[in-house]
Write a protein that binds this ligand. Structure first.
Ligand SMILES: Nc1ncnc2c1ncn2[C@@H]1O[C@H](COP(=O)(O)OP(=O)(O)OP(=O)(O)O)[C@@H](O)[C@H]1O
Ligand SMILES: [Mg+2]
Length: 155
């Protein structure tokens, strides 16, 4: 899937389990820093990318088929444009749909509110039997080539 004005900088399928969330965070931070080395200095951006991808990946595992069968999985893709980075988590489908809860309850309803409050834009798209939930965050420096030195890619 092409996103207008953006380049794919990462694409990985993960098993639908919560114990791999730290790997998801490592991958997205690494993809971003490889494509845009200036991001290594932008702790807020790396923090937010990790936080929001964790919420969306957590939802894929908690609420969809991705987390319900032995070989369930979800896909994480990342794009970079001149001003924004975009991340999409694609799940394997559910009877429910991602929806912003008006008020969080004791048992949940905070994840998408965090995404809504943090992202410059987010949304949901149909992807076959599943859904792709995506968000965008602003990047300071435009896409360009470069090597990675001394990056912070801890989960
Ligand atoms: N990928 C998804 N597919 C289907 N339904 C979803 C998906 N993501 C979220 N939802 C639905 O949207 C609701 C709100 O999601 P949200 O992440 O805000 O809260 P939560 O996951 O229930 O709790 P929390 O994130 O606070 O642990 C969920 O309860 C679920 O019904
Ligand atoms: Mg959630």
């Amino acid at each position: 899937m092409a996103v207008r004005g953006m380049c794919v900088i990462g694409d990985m399928r993960f098993p639908g389990r919560t114990d791999i969330m730290s790997d998801v965070r490592i991958y997205v931070a690494q993809w971003l820093v490889i494509a845009n080395p200036e991001s290594a200095e932008n702790g807020d951006l790396l923090y937010d990318v990790r936080l929001l991808v964790t919420e969306l990946a957590g939802n894929a595992v908690k609420h969809t088929v991705s987390g319900r069968w032995r070989y369930g999985s979800f896909r994480v893709r990342m794009w970079l444009g001149t001003r924004r980075v975009r991340v999409e988590v694609t799940d394997q489908g559910a009877l429910t749909r991602p929806r912003l809860r008006a008020a969080p309850t004791g048992s949940g309803g905070r994840g998408l509110r965090i995404v809504d409050a943090t992202a410059v834009q987010w949304g949901v798209a149909r992807r076959g039997v599943g859904r792709g939930v995506w968000f965008e965050l602003p990047v300071r420096a435009p896409l360009r080539g470069g090597s990675v030195v001394g990056t912070d890619v801890s989960p």
